[in-house]
Design a protein around this ligand. Structure first.
Ligand SMILES: Cc1ncc(COP(=O)(O)O)c(C=O)c1O
Length: 405
């Protein structure tokens, strides 16, 4: 498949904004859905809609199969061992909260530490902060330097203190767009006996994830950033890790036996899937991840690389421009500030020209504040974006800066 063929699968790309074909450059926030995902949702609503895992009737059995196929697609996509490793959640945030709320009270005691990086999304900070407040734990940080890279020496020092029980870090920062050295960190953390959770919200989109090779204890991601429906996500966990955690949400389907006095939890993965799940969303993981795999063609990857190189050099040529996150391992996520221009003004004017970019704190207020900014503009690409769109954006960006200066 080439880029033009790929674009045909995304009908939204031919709508107009400001009288022009939309240029969608906010893919790190949410990606667009292919027609195959839309078809999947329509087919379910027309033929298979029924609650799963509960009834003996045909519709329920068909819907259960579609739900479990979604789980299997996720399992294959990240090369997990078995379906027991794959918990279907509401998204990255839900997955992190599940681990934070079960791991901390079970395995941590007063004075123990959770190690995160300075560049984390609020979703991978606040759940740990809540637990730290409740159980008198400490949060320590891996410093991020001016180019967006981790300071691994300090990281090793933090680990060597022996108090770190959980390391929770982003595979790729949603602000800095740098692939973090998670393999090295996982090895170092395991030497000290700490568990590692990888926030893969961006990493799942821009890298090939193999959880067996990574050897992480948990890996979480959201469906909506990788072409599936909203409200569905995946929490991968090593079987012994998941088994060692207590159930968190209680309700239907997460139980084996219930009496008036007590209950026993269902085996994995249902132990963590209380209540009626987003079964339609889960089913969309199958066509979405098929599409994500089709995007790994040499031609499409070459286009993404060329766009990344073009934007890296063209943006940095703009006077007063500052890019946050540079150097090795850069994915097409560009967060920047321009002297004397407000991030929101830039985004509003670009929108008038049909270009959708993100502006503001991007749910990563501490790291943006650390760079002395109150907000940034972010351009984030997907494989269906084109070089023509990038060239048009640079032209518009220059026009915008002239208007604002
Ligand atoms: C790195 C990172 N972590 C976590 C999240 C939260 O994802 P969700 O809102 O889908 O739960 C995001 C979303 O932008 C993200 O980029």
């Amino acid at each position: 498949m080439d880029v033009q063929e790929l674009r045909h699968h995304f009908p939204i790309l031919s709508r107009t904004v400001g009288g022009r074909n939309v240029v969608y450059f906010d893919n790190a926030a949410t990606s667009q859905r292919p027609d195959t995902v839309d078809e999947c949702q329509k087919t379910i609503n027309a033929f298979h809609n029924a609650n799963i895992h509960r009834a003996v009737h045909t519709l329920s059995a068909e819907m259960t199969d579609l739900y479990e196929m979604g789980r299997e697609s996720a399992r294959k996509f990240i090369n997990a061992e078995s379906r027991e490793n794959i918990i279907l959640t509401g998204g990255t945030t839900a997955g992190i909260n599940l681990v934070a709320n079960t791991f901390c009270p079970t395995f941590m005691k007063e004075g123990d530490e959770i190690l995160i990086s300075e560049g984390e999304h609020h979703s991978n900070m606040v759940p740990w902060m809540i637990q730290a407040g409740m159980h008198h734990l400490k949060i320590s940080y891996i410093p991020v330097d001016a180019s967006g890279h981790w300071d691994m020496e300090t990281c090793r020092k933090r680990l060597s203190g022996g108090r770190v029980k959980m390391v929770a870090v982003a595979h790729v920062s949603n602000v800095l767009g740098i692939i973090n050295p998670i393999e090295e960190l996982i090895r170092e953390a395991h030497k000290t006996g700490a568990c590692v959770l990888i926030d893969g919200a961006q990493g799942i989109v821009h890298t090939d994830v193999d959880v067996k090779k990574l050897d992480c204890d948990f890996y979480v991601f959201s469906g909506h950033k990788i072409y599936a429906a909203t409200g569905i996500g995946v929490l991968y966990g090593k079987k012994d890790c998941l088994e060692s955690l207590p159930p968190w949400f209680g309700g239907g389907e997460m139980v084996d036996v219930v009496t008036y006095d007590t209950f026993t939890a269902a085996p994995l993965p249902l132990k963590f899937e209380a209540g009626t799940p987003n079964f339609v969303g889960a089913a969309t993981l199958t066509p979405a991840l098929e599409m994500a795999s089709a995007m790994k063609s040499a031609e499409i990857e070459k286009n993404t690389l060329e766009m990344t190189e073009y934007l890296s050099s063209s943006l940095q040529a703009v006077e007063g421009f500052h890019l946050y996150g540079t150097g090795d391992g850069k994915v097409p996520v560009f967060s920047f500030s321009v002297e004397h221009c407000h991030h929101e003004d830039i985004a509003i004017l670009l929108d008038k020209m049909g270009i959708e970019v993100r502006s503001g704190l991007m749910c990563a207020e501490p790291v943006i504040g650390r760079f002395g900014q109150t907000g940034l503009v972010r351009v984030s690409l997907a494989p269906y974006n084109t070089m023509e769109e990038c060239e048009y954006f640079i032209k518009c960006q220059n026009r915008v800066l002239n208007m604002l200066s």
